[in-house]
Design a protein around this ligand. Structure first.
Ligand code: PXG
Length: 442
């Protein structure tokens, strides 16, 4: 409740909401006022089961005591420390803990405040790395169609979602895109990695033939595309990208903003799929979504390439006022501890089959044209209403909320990413409500 005793604000106009249909929302506001574990509470007191971990970030569930307490304590002890030329212990401790759970030699960590900032940081590291090595011709960046890498200029440029790009001018120059891997004619109703499509990695070879490897700095992909509707990788695809990059001196960047921190049943998708990138971009689950924070992991050899020249000079002209912020670092440490003590990454892996069985039981339900699952992620794709794309899924979103279930929709795809603490009973509840919703919408 607010100080006035009301949970409903009396002015919805001033706040320009992000990625929201503002006028529709403000005519029928949907407000959460509290949360605990797997549930939100709405302004009218109704409980809503969270099948999306907020926005793919609250991996340990809501308002977990260890995290809340760590933030409370840190705020009273050291609220802020300058991020440049000064430090504080918790940022170092968090970086070391992160390096310890990251695969292979991804053992140096640069802190940011979001996924978008992590992506742009990674792209800048890639460009500067080549320059530091005396390979300054490597300036192009390669993304992929249907990719989401956040909303800053770098991420938007390597991203592949036309609706997120077309309004914003010419974006970064020197960017090209591989084809996306979505191929429902060959892969449908899939569990885990896809059987078909490893050949699409050869698209990178095509771009190398066009531009020449000496002009390319890095390739960035989401191991599993999230925002464009949950697209797991074809078997062998990521490994093939790795091999091509190695062969041509190109850096491979994994954007693990969604797949990181247990979402695919391992600390990172790199571990799950057995492919180590040169740079790994994370955010969201790093602090359980509670405090904004991102972390970019780099291999030791990349960090070392920067540690040249006079020791009094700054090696990388980049950073944010809030890089490694003490309260965010405290939240990150408490989050990692919560994941560890509750074995949540292992838990995600152990209930993956149950999750897949439950979601795939919706095959044959009205309007369902495809279902994809991997880790604790799932997508149910609906047949669009002719001439009205995204309308059917948005109706499903509103109807589900009415019935006490929070889902996410992108186009006509319903995406799921429940907190990793979701129980078998709650998985059943998600599927039952969705089944009712599908029977109930046009
Ligand atoms: N990379 C990836 C792969 C993402 O999914 C970002 C970067 C950007 O992160 P920030 O913290 O700047 O938002 C993301 C964010 C959705 C949805 O429902 C997905 C994201 C954010 C909000 C909603 O698909 N992903």
């Amino acid at each position: 409740m607010s100080e006035s005793g009301s949970t409903v604000p009396n002015n919805l106009e001033a706040f320009w909401m992000p990625f929201t249909a503002n006028r529709q929302f403000k005519s029928e506001p949907r407000l959460f006022v509290a949360a605990k574990d797997m549930h939100y509470v709405m302004a009218d007191g109704r409980k809503v089961l969270d099948a999306t971990a907020g926005l793919w970030c609250v991996n340990a569930g809501h308002c977990r005591p260890r995290i809340t307490e760590a933030i409370r304590q840190q705020a009273g002890e050291l609220d802020y420390a300058p991020a440049f030329q000064m430090g504080h212990p918790k940022a170092f401790e968090l970086a070391a803990r992160l390096a310890a759970i990251a695969p292979a030699d991804l053992d140096h960590v640069f802190f940011t405040n979001s996924g978008s900032e992590s992506v742009d940081t990674a792209l800048k590291i890639a460009l500067a790395y080549h320059r530091a090595k005396g390979e300054g011709t490597h300036t192009r960046l390669i993304g992929r169609e249907r990719a989401y890498h956040g909303v800053n200029f770098g991420g938007m440029s390597v991203g592949g979602i036309v609706g997120n790009r077309k309004m914003f001018g010419t974006l970064l120059s020197g960017v090209d895109h591989m084809r996306h891997t979505h191929d429902p004619a060959r892969n449908s109703f899939t569990r885990g990695e896809l059987e078909h499509g490893a050949d699409l990695a050869e698209d990178l070879t095509r771009l190398i033939a066009l531009h020449d490897a000496s002009t390319i700095a890095a390739v960035i992909v989401e191991p599993v595309s999230g925002s464009t509707g949950v697209l797991p990788p074809p078997k062998g695809y990521l490994k093939r990208l790795r091999d091509i990059c190695d062969q041509h001196g190109i850096l491979l960047i994994f954007d693990e903003v969604i797949t990181g921190y247990g979402r695919v049943g391992a600390a990172f998708a790199a571990e799950r799929f057995g492919v180590v990138p040169d740079i790994m971009v994370t955010a969201k689950g790093l602090t359980n979504g509670v405090i904004p924070m991102g972390a970019v992991f780099v291999r030791g050899s990349i960090y070392d390439a920067f540690m040249q020249g006079p020791e009094n000079l700054i090696e990388f002209a980049h950073g944010y006022t809030y890089s490694g912020n003490p309260i965010a670092a405290a939240a990150g440490l408490a989050t990692l501890e919560t994941y560890r003590e509750e074995g949540l990454f292992e838990r995600a892996r152990s209930i993956e089959a149950l999750w897949a069985d439950a979601l795939h039981s919706l095959k044959g339900a009205p309007k369902v044209v495809d279902i994809r699952t991997i880790g604790l992620i799932g997508a149910v794709e609906l047949e669009p209403i002719p001439g009205a794309p995204a309308k059917r899924a948005f109706s499903a979103f509103l109807k589900a909320l009415e019935k006490g279930l929070l889902i996410r929709t992108t186009g006509d795809i319903i995406a799921f990413s429940p907190p990793l603490i979701v129980t078998e009973g709650q998985i059943g509840e998600i599927v039952d409500i969705l089944s009712d919703v599908l029977a109930d919408i046009d």
